[in-house]
Design a binder for this molecule. Structure first.
Ligand code: SF4
Length: 755
């Protein structure tokens, strides 16, 4: 079910040769991250040293994982590629579309009804194309991956930002947009800018109330939410070796919160123990044979300053437990100092909920540590002041925790055990105890705490901590409670203290599960029908995009000149639109509705050159589409920054936008435009942005000569008939011009497959 040991043996066989070669071409000892990167080059053995933060490099990942919200469009696109099977082992996990409300049984039943068509589609498309399918309730993608698929020295990509969790088992695991995943599923290379490297040296040992979570809460405070951008964070040192494998997973998981490309740890005994406990002794045996390739070279650890772009040192003996928040995961405060800060900032001191679990913190060790605190509420006769919610990371964890009596401890305190799914972590929480947007405080062991993230309420102050600290704070009901120094009054009126948490790294009786929730695909899926109802509101099979012809690029109308920031959220909003992620026509109704019109500074209010009237961007664009008129979007700097969602390129393309002309692009969005067969161009002279007027028409006069490294000339005809001729730069190479000429990258793959 879980993994292909021959594939892993193959990775290790290549690793030795490629790492030795990489040492030769770089002329230096290598970090672990470099070993994994150089041994996964698309072109085979390394022939040159890459420059960090500069060179774009093609890689060949070993695995792909997709979650249910992002998998829909990714797999609809993959179907366009004309391949009988995915080229790389892939799994789909149904975890995001399950609301937390009453408890696991009722909530799962409800999700299976409300999202039945999405789950049926994902199951059938997985079955057809050789993709492993994890049913709703099987667990959260990253916990399931850690338990089943992650392996030391491997490289994987996933259509979710917390794919990085697998770094806990020594992988380079990176969150990507659906378009990137589709490329790899279809057998193409995956491109990444060679990352910078941040080293984190851990000395000492965690003990008492301090946990692995506090390492990353501290790192987040140091690096802030942007400090890891473009970098892999590599942890090492004695302190790292002393952490459990799942604790390492927690640390890597929240690397996403500092913007890191990913985080990883070298292979060690904790990983071996975890592999054996999760029924993967054969991987541990193979990893042991290549142990020296699965950590950095010794010289790196001796002189880390020479090998990392940035170095952080944390002494775990001195590390204190933290609570980070509210509203941002990098606002780090040691627990004993939170009361003062909360009063200064007027954060509500009373805590209404303590939420434990998510992909970040639902290991066996996490649950035992939290349960050891929760149990004291019973033995010391303390009535918990906050509500408890638990969302286990996988059915295997849930089943084992139930068998060992851990869940019962929480249930005895009145906890609601939600489905093994994301639930409150992604706003899928139907919370009944708050009316409207009441100001309130919750603590949770998740990773993100942005405004509205958990319950949609902008006034919910969410603080992130370890599961055991969440349990303690929830029992006290006070944000300023410091379990290391403060007492509580129990039901007998006595002053009592909570003892330090006690954890068990791995279940003594082993993990156990009756139905893990996995469905293996058919060997030959050619006869499987993919289930998409014709009248579905949520799913729509894709039609290949027709190439944009030179004729269509004459008389192009301005749709919108966007002013200021225009992120992928402005181009394709999330929130309530999430439910249409698999239906291009329906989700296209949010196209650019968040972009600010430069002429009136309003959102979703643009002039139609056909009628002279103003309307919503998608509505105006659809009138151009109905008449077969192509349009252009003009934008400012860093257009398309934010998430890598491909919808931000697909929707304009679907509606008939032919070109996007901006001062500068966020690179992933620029690539996504290219993949969809559109023109993504930049002003050769930024000041030309100011020339563009509301009634302008654009003629791409030399588009027939579109070629690499050659500027394009655009004639801009203004409403009064006057004209300007402007130059546009582009970064298309010959293959990408092929995508444009054939309508999309997928059209090219399909043609090549058919040949
Ligand atoms: Fe994302 Fe939260 Fe789900 Fe993890 S539990 S995959 S962070 S939504």
């Amino acid at each position: 079910m879980a993994f292909d040991i021959d594939m892993i043996k193959g990775v290790y066989a290549k690793m030795a040769e490629r790492v030795d070669k990489a040492r030769e071409v770089t002329g230096k000892p290598l970090t672990l991250s470099e070993k994994i990167l150089y041994s996964h080059l698309w072109d085979g053995n390394p022939t040159k040293a890459f420059t960090r933060a500069k060179d774009y490099v093609d890689f060949a990942p070993d695995r792909i994982a997709c979650q249910d919200a992002t998998a829909q469009m990714a797999l609809l696109q993959f179907m366009q590629a004309g391949k009988p099977q995915v080229a790389v082992p892939t799994t789909v996990h149904c975890d995001h579309l399950i609301q937390a409300k009453s408890g696991a049984a009722a909530d799962l039943k409800s999700a299976n009804s409300t999202s039945a068509e999405v789950f049926d589609f994902l199951e059938s498309v997985s079955n057809k194309y050789g993709i492993g399918f994890w049913k709703p309730g099987a667990g959260i993608i990253h916990q399931v991956v850690l338990e089943n698929y992650a392996f030391p020295g491997g490289m994987m990509i996933g259509t979710d930002s917390h794919t990085v969790n697998a770094g806990g088992l020594g992988m380079v695991a990176i969150g990507v947009g659906g378009a990137d995943a589709v490329d790899v599923m279809a057998g193409m290379a995956w491109e990444l800018k060679f990352p910078k490297l941040i080293g984190v040296k851990l000395t000492g040992n965690i003990s008492g109330w301090t946990s692995a979570k506090d390492v990353i809460l501290k790192v987040a405070g140091i690096l802030t939410v942007k400090g890891g951008t473009g970098a892999i964070i590599e942890y090492f040192g004695e302190g790292a070796k002393n952490l459990s494998c799942t604790g390492k997973g927690t640390i890597c998981n929240m690397g996403a919160e500092v913007g890191a490309t990913t985080s990883t740890f070298g292979y060690d005994d904790s990983m071996e123990r975890y592999l054996r406990a999760t029924d993967r002794s054969d991987i541990a045996d193979e990893a042991n044979k290549v142990r020296e390739y699965l950590t950095a070279d010794p010289e790196v650890y001796d002189n880390p300053d020479n090998y990392f772009d940035e170095l952080i040192e944390i002494n775990l003996d001195e590390l204190r437990p933290h609570l980070n928040g509210p509203f941002t995961p990098d606002l780090a405060t040691p627990v004993g100092e939170l009361g003062v800060k909360a009063r200064e900032n007027n954060w509500p001191i009373n805590v209404d909920w303590g939420l434990i679990g998510s992909c970040t913190n639902s290991s066996y060790e996490d649950l035992t540590r939290a349960a050891s605190i929760a149990k004291q509420a019973i033995t010391k006769n303390i009535k918990p002041k906050s509500d408890f919610g638990i969302n286990p990371g996988s059915e295997q964890i849930r089943f084992t925790a139930e068998r060992d009596g851990l869940l019962q401890i929480f249930e005895d305190l009145g906890a609601t055990v939600f489905t093994n799914a994301c639930g409150p972590c992604i706003g899928q929480w139907d919370r009944s105890d708050m009316k409207g947007d009441e100001k309130n405080t919750i603590v949770h062991s998740f990773n993100r705490n942005f405004s509205k993230r958990a319950d949609g309420n902008p006034n919910t102050h969410a603080f992130v901590g370890s599961p055991e600290m969440v349990a303690a704070i929830a029992i006290s009901g006070k944000l300023d409670f410091d379990p290391m120094n403060d007492t509580l009054i129990n039901e007998d009126g006595e002053e009592v203290m909570l003892d330090e948490p006690m954890g068990i790294e791995l279940p003594v009786k082993g993990f156990e599960v009756e139905d893990a929730g996995y469905l293996a695909p058919r060997e030959d899926g050619s006869s499987v029908d993919v289930k998409v109802a014709k009248d579905s509101e949520r799913l729509q099979l894709l039609e290949p995009f027709e190439p944009i012809t030179p004729d269509e690029l004459q008389g192009v109308k301005l749709l919108i000149k966007a002013f200021g920031k225009c992120t992928t959220d402005h181009i394709s909003m999330a929130g309530p639109w999430l439910r249409f992620r698999g239906h291009l026509d329906n989700i296209a109704n949010n196209t650019l509705i968040g972009a600010v019109n430069a002429y009136n500074k309003k959102t979703n209010f643009v002039k139609s050159q056909l009628t002279g009237e103003y309307g919503g961007v998608p509505d105006v664009q659809r009138t151009y589409k109905a008449k077969g008129i192509k349009t252009i979007v003009v934008g400012d700097h860093n257009y398309g920054e934010g998430s890598s969602r491909e919808h931000a390129a697909m929707q304009p393309r679907f509606l008939g936008v032919a070109a996007v002309l901006v001062k500068s692009f966020a690179r992933i969005h620029e690539t996504n435009l290219k993949k969809q067969g559109m023109l993504g161009l930049t002003f050769a002279n930024e000041k030309d942005y100011d020339l563009i007027q509301e009634d302008d028409t654009f003629n791409f006069v030399d588009i027939a000569d579109f070629a690499p490294d050659k500027q394009l000339t655009i004639e801009v005809v203004h409403g009064d008939g006057s004209k300007d001729s402007i130059k546009a730069n582009h970064t298309y190479n010959a293959a990408q011009i092929g995508w444009f000429n054939e309508g999309s990258a997928l059209n090219v793959i399909k043609r090549e497959n058919a040949a």
